[in-house]
Ligand binder design. Structure first.
Ligand code: FE2
Length: 241
């Protein structure tokens, strides 16, 4: 295995310049520093009912997300120099992660960071954003309704499993993207403002094959205050994940 250090990882490869600007994971309650841990839900498992049922939340968080954390820690057990990078830097430089653990880091590291983001921005009452975030939505998508329509279409059109996300740059410009499996825009040195999980495990108990219904219902539990906080943090380069 090549000798990897934070310095060589950060200074080598095409992603280095942008990856170096990403915040490093902190050893705090977010669970984003090795050994990684499952962050507690910031609300009760029934907080998003009737739109997302408690059992789906329990299994999604307590089983699926927990498995990503367990598998990520196991993959990194013998790679302390990689583990020490923290998740955002590790994911932004996947090509330089040793080949033997690269897929495990991609899938489980992506799963950990995506779900850690996802729990944060639910538990709200839906509605619409306000202030600078609302202005950015109108500027970059035409209207809030247009953004929802494009987002739902991209989520419904994601074949198999994946995510639909809105990414934000340091100038506050928004754009829509969709990723397969547990890939995250962080792998392309982009910042995620918010996103929805379109894996069947996110909705199948309540919605079965009706992903479009789940996508439409999900907006009712979005916490726009939390997303506005993420928007402000992104513009300061201080978004943790
Ligand atoms: Fe999920």
């Amino acid at each position: 295995m090549p000798v990897l250090t934070r310095r060589t990882l950060l200074l080598t490869g095409a992603a280095a310049a942008t990856a170096a600007t990403l915040p490093r994971a902190r050893a705090d309650a977010t669970g984003l520093a090795y050994p990684f841990s499952l962050p507690a839900l910031p609300y009760a498992t029934n907080a998003n009912e009737p739109f997302i049922d408690a059992m789906t939340m329990e299994i999604h968080h307590g089983k699926h997300h927990a498995a990503y954390v367990t598998n990520l820690n196991a993959a990194l057990k013998d790679y302390p120099q990689v583990a020490a990078l923290g998740l955002p830097a590790m994911l932004a430089q996947l090509a330089q992660v040793p080949e033997g653990i690269r897929s495990a880091v991609r899938n489980n590291g992506g799963g950990h960071v995506n779900h850690s983001m996802f729990w944060q921005l639910m538990g709200g009452k839906g509605g619409e954003p306000s202030g600078p975030l609302a202005d950015a939505v109108t500027r970059d998508f035409g209207s809030f309704a247009a953004m929802k329509e494009q987002f739902n279409k991209a989520g419904a059109g994601r074949f198999g499993s994946g995510w639909v996300m809105v990414v934000v740059d340091r100038e506050g410009k928004l754009s829509l993207t969709s990723t397969p499996n547990q890939d995250t825009p962080i792998m392309d040195a982009k910042m995620v403002l918010f996103g929805n999980d379109v894996w069947e495990h996110a909705y199948y108990l309540k919605y079965q094959n009706r992903r479009a219904d789940y996508l439409a219902a999900w907006w009712n539990v979005v916490d726009w205050g939390k997303i506005a906080d993420r928007y402000d943090a992104a513009k300061k380069g201080a978004l943790a994940l």
